[in-house]
Design a protein around this ligand. Sequence first.
Ligand SMILES: [Zn+2]
Length: 310
Amino acid sequence: MRPSLRLGAILGIPIGLHWSIAIIAGLFTVTLAGTVLPAVAPGYLGAAYLVAAAAVAAALLASIIAHELGHSVVAKNNNVGVEGITLFALGGVAKLEREPDTPGAAARIALAGPAVSVAIGVAALVASAFAGAVGTPALAVAALSWLGIINLVMAVFNMVPALPLDGGRVLQALMWRRSGDRNRATISAASVGRYLGWAIVAFGLWQFLENGSGLWTMVIGWFILTSAKAEAMRARFQLRRQQWPAPRWPGYGPTEPASGQPTDPWSSAQWPPPPLQSPGPPPPAQWQSGQWPPAGPTTDVIDVDGHRVR
Ligand SMILES: [Zn+2]
């Protein structure tokens, strides 16, 4: 996800917008101004609804950035670099430079985002209650409470224990700690994500058949489904690499150390390797160039706001 527009940097972390966020922010503003706010706080001019809705949309984007900053700051505290934060149609992505070293670090990084969303949600609801009590115009009170509710919904949806959601990362970290195998934990958490993705797609389809809506729900489900599949595929690559036998071709893999013991990364492999029965096929071209398994974005922290959009 490459940002189309760079906003700058916060705490040294570049913040960018993908063009798709503009469509969603626009749709969100129009829906809020056209139907939601007039129902909650009737009797205002159309322009007032539009201004209030645009303010909520802008505050929501800031909330998503804060959520991603939560992940990012905790990642940095756990020695995981952050390449940047990008907002797109389905929410935000904080791109980490690598995977965390321990299950504890993975869980802390995953929990930090929803914790920020809960804090913003509660603060907005308290502010809205206070504003209502002191006689602030009903439209401002309604806008504040909507901001609070959306942040809480965002936190709850993200804590569903299915990759690529934050809750899926917590589940992955728990299974990783129990089994000691990060890749198998990823595959399991991603399989929950696949089921969740299919369930959301099915729900969207039901909505579509029922009343013609649900297209966006299906997009969200499909996004979760494909992201979960990609995470599982990368984990399987890693797992297979670990399980590969010691190198059969000179020059690829670990060199034989003086002690005769293998070094990482294939410490479980038999060393020295058994004699070859036949010369065998040449190594894959990708291997020769040092790009096997193929590089991929392995550490996206992806958030889905169930409401809007994703
Ligand atoms: Zn998150």
